[in-house]
Design a protein around this ligand. Sequence first.
Ligand code: PXL
Length: 278
Amino acid sequence: MKRVLSIQDISCVGKCSLTVALPIISAAGIETAILPTAVLSNHTAFTGFSFRDLTDDIEVIVDHWKKENITFDGIGTGYLGSFRQIELVEKIFDEFHHDGMLRFVDPAMGDNGKLYVGFDEDFARRMGKLCGKADIIVPNLTEAAFMLGEKYLADNYSADEIKELLKRLCQLGSPVAALTGISLEPGRCGVMAYDSRSGEYFEYYSEKLPVSFHGTGDVFSSACFAALMRGQSLDKALRTAVEYTVDSIRQTISYDGHNWYGVDFESSTPLLLKLLDE
Ligand code: PXL
């Protein structure tokens, strides 16, 4: 069985970061070790939240793993709370890297043209450097714009502009970049990716639902990471992740009284397993 490490916070309530990555990657049949970077009462889109920083525990935990000769087939990162945590993740990438290990970075920092509470442009640029150490990065358009120091154009990008952004993202140092939340025509939304080694572009679109939920980026990146670890090609992994994310949103809005803070990715697990086998 493949073993991966997921490094990001635990938001106890909110359906994001580790409470999304751990169940999704595990359901895909992959052992999922975790390195929680902080414990929050709930994610930062709520009006208030508690935040217990775990930065000082990271090296202590990792030192034990090194003594036990624990290895990982892949390391995936998401929301990171500070410059120091980014530095520590870079160190973990270096220390645990071996041929064939996948370094998957979701620079989870913002959405809809805005950075999340507590982040600024310096932090976004620093996250860009971490992206340079990855094998694949999966920013949304907001995160890409901030990392590259560009304006965010919402739904007004042309396909050529997206391709240019993807090339520039790869110039940060990662051979592959995928941009999420791409909508080039009304009613459709998806992902476009670039593999700078082959010069190939990939794209996959599905129905754009007229709603917006927190945590969909984490659902997408967890499914994409799991699919790649399961051996799916990049274009298949993107399809798996997009269709699973869209179905999770569909499940959420299928009944009255659904919650606002995250999507019902749990209900879409059967579809995820089916997509992973295709
Ligand atoms: O879904 C990304 C995310 C992860 N972790 C925390 C967050 C958010 C988004 O707001 O606040 C703590």
